[in-house]
Design a protein around this ligand. Structure first.
Ligand SMILES: Cc1ncc(COP(=O)(O)O)c(C=O)c1O
Length: 387
């Protein structure tokens, strides 16, 4: 049997391996504190669940249109208007089975041998995986060079050349928890006006989880880029709905027909009833999001204070999302060694920086959305492990 050679170019998300390892250790009776996951420990608001159950009871059992029911696309359009005061036609909005398919489709749209795609390193591992799969050349921008892992517009713009087809930006950022303010995003958007052949995939999945009430600089603020801008967003992180597999993309008008066919050829449509839950989430009050962010800030503060006391660990304070990405070089270990030791000796699951690219080999990612008790215990175990 022979399979297509591009299949072997696919990468993966190490988090799933660590998830399986953690479950196995737990099944063997070991106590593991799990700080590895890419999701919060919260639940979606009750009215979202009720709206979904109601839709199921009312008979939402069949296929829907591949781009998502119109009511759901209109709800996304309404939410975008209320948050960012821009008008996006529901025709440009696609409801997706998660945020990730927008990434998969966007990179598939632009990647092929002979072209280049620019992406963040460290960054969500599927960017590089999918770029390699398409045969395009993966061009990373090194975020470890920048203060607090922020986006540096000049650094990114300097990588663009005639072969560049697509630029991927992720703000707020996984795995570092960094947040880049409007001024730098303005600079990047302005620079992109000079390179009209470069498309932009802006991954804004953590856009509602910005701390300190700072304004989130969505690329939807730049209508001059709309003819080559793809926005990746969704319900997973904002409403604690990762397992529902529900996301949305905003696409350039001229790509809508192609995208429609991609959906038909792949997932057909998103689960029908869940799209009604999705509407309830968007149209409901934002209280659950504000309460969640408040909780994340206090847990961020807890982990920051705890990590400060551990010798050999350095970090930037996360300004968004739910990850912290310390450098552990000072402990005498690299990120891989540190993560292994934490899991096997301390019973704390976290993820090595190399899971997110080649530049963060001395870092590890910790999720701080678990209970305060878990955070305190994990910090205690790590301290003990190092002494
Ligand atoms: C930066 C980033 N983009 C996209 C995704 C995918 O989100 P979803 O689970 O909705 O597919 C994730 C999930 O961890 C992420 O961290």
């Amino acid at each position: 049997m022979k399979i297509a050679k591009n299949v072997s170019k696919l990468g993966t998300e190490l988090v799933y391996d660590i998830f399986a390892k953690t479950k196995k250790l737990q099944a063997e009776g070991k106590k593991i504190i799990d700080l590895s996951l890419g999701q919060s420990a919260e639940n979606p608001p009750g009215y979202v669940i009720e709206a979904t159950i109601k839709a199921l009871k009312d008979g939402s059992n069949g296929y829907t249109v591949p781009n998502g029911i119109i009511e759901c696309r209109e709800a996304v359009s309404r939410k975008i208007k209320s948050l960012y005061n821009v008008n996006i036609s529901p025709e440009r909005i696609f409801i997706m089975p998660g945020g990730k398919p927008t990434m998969h489709y966007a990179i598939s749209f632009f990647g092929e041998p002979g072209v280049e795609i620019i992406y963040p390193d460290p960054g969500f591992p599927i960017y590089e995986s999918m770029i390699n799969y398409t045969g395009a050349k993966a061009i990373p921008y090194n975020l470890t060079k920048n203060k607090d892992f922020k986006i540096n517009a000049d650094q990114i713009l300097s990588l663009i050349n005639k072969k560049t087809r697509l630029l991927i930006v992720n703000n707020p950022h996984n795995p570092t928890g960094s947040f880049t303010e409007k001024k730098e995003i303005d600079k990047l958007a302005n620079g992109l006006l000079n390179v009209p052949n470069v498309a932009l995939l802006s991954d804004e999945i953590y856009g509602r989880l910005v701390f300190e009430k700072k304004e989130f600089p969505t690329f939807l603020n730049y209508p001059d880029l709309y003819d080559r801008l793809i926005i990746l967003d969704g319900w997973s992180k904002t409403y604690a709905m990762t397992g529902w597999r529900l996301g949305w993309g905003v696409w350039p008008e001229k790509l809508v027909n192609h995208l429609f066919k991609f959906c038909v050829n792949n997932h057909s449509c998103v689960n029908a009833a869940i799209q009604y839950g999705a509407i309830a989430a968007l149209d409901g009050p934002d209280d659950s999001i504000h309460a969640m962010v408040k909780k994340f800030i206090s847990r961020r503060n807890l982990i920051v204070e705890g990590l400060k006391k551990i010798q050999g660990i350095e970090f930037s304070e996360p300004k968004s999302g739910f990850f912290i990405f310390p450098d552990v070089k000072g402990t005498g270990m690299n990120g891989d060694e540190f993560a292994d030791k934490c899991l096997n000796e301390a019973g704390v699951a976290l993820i090595q920086g190399t899971a997110f690219g080649k530049f963060a080999k001395n870092n590890v990612r910790l999720n701080f959305t678990t209970s305060e008790e878990n955070i305190n215990n994990a910090l205690e175990k790590i301290t003990k492990m190092l002494n």
